[in-house]
Design a protein around this ligand. Structure first.
Ligand code: ZN
Length: 264
């Protein structure tokens, strides 16, 4: 399987330009940049450096936050950037509860309505939208779509041009994971596959992701489900690690990513 680097993995150490060079040095052939880094480098420069190094843009991180007041403008910009970079999908972190609200059902409806409004623009821009279900611990602050089943139900309602990003960190615990990965494959909605590991204990709910092999996720098993569902795309390494990997030499991080992705 082909390897991609989500640029968050070394964002504390390197600029996007350095990350692009690093991918080339370590024979990582895919990249999934974050929009703030693209903005910092300049969209045109980022695009040309990515192309010059022959990297596939496996996703742009991120659109979404549909429960925020300015969601539409921000997502339109995200679509333009994803189109420009030739991203295989725009990853959607859909947003949690509006400030001060306890209405989770309402937030979920708001998310569905917003995606329905955005989808025709995404189709016109030829940018597939990928809903990334997040672990339920992040339902309030980041995303109120929390399981693959819930994401795929939304996709079924919404129609063509929308699928899912499966991130093992968020879905590894789900008893319906195998079944729902198979469903995503049948419906051709499996757009991205993100890997890392779940550490025990987890010291920070957002920024303590583990390197593949250092935690409790059965990565070979989940990978076999994903491949069994017909996924032939990249494995994208995405590690937010305030306490460990963000403190290390980034070349060591990339080297370890390559080794562990092969082994795990
Ligand atoms: Zn992810």
């Amino acid at each position: 399987m082909k390897l991609s680097l989500n640029t968050a993995t070394v964002r504390k150490q390197w600029t996007l330009a350095q990350i692009i060079d690093g991918c080339a040095r370590h024979q990582i052939t895919g990249i999934s940049p974050w929009r703030d880094q693209v903005e910092q480098m300049g969209l045109a420069q980022a695009k040309s450096a990515i192309q010059a190094n022959g990297l596939t843009v496996t996703g742009l991180c991120r659109g979404g936050f549909f429960t925020a007041p300015d969601w539409h403008d921000d997502n339109r910009r995200a679509l333009e950037e994803a189109h420009e970079l030739g991203a295989q999908c725009l990853v959607l972190v859909v947003g949690g509860l509006p400030k001060g609200s306890k209405d989770l059902r309402g937030a979920r409806q708001q998310v569905r309505d917003a995606i329905a409004a955005l989808l025709p623009e995404a189709r016109a821009a030829k940018v597939p939208l990928a809903i990334e279900p997040l672990h339920p611990m992040q339902a309030a602050e980041r995303a109120c779509i929390n399981t693959l089943e819930q994401a795929l139900d939304a996709c079924d309602e919404l129609g063509e041009g929308i699928g899912v990003a499966v991130d093992v960190y968020h879905v590894w615990w789900d008893p319906k994971l195998e079944q729902q990965i198979a469903r995503a494959g049948r419906k051709k909605r499996l757009y991205a596959y993100h890997i890392c590991d779940w550490l025990v204990p987890t010291r920070d709910l957002l920024n303590d992701r583990g390197m593949m092999g250092d935690g409790v996720i059965d990565l070979p098993l989940i990978r076999s489900w994903v491949e069994g569902a017909g996924y032939t795309g990249f494995q994208e390494v995405e590690i937010f690690s305030e306490l460990d990997w963000w403190k290390r030499d980034p070349d060591e991080v990339l080297k370890t990513c390559v080794e562990r992705a092969a082994r795990c």
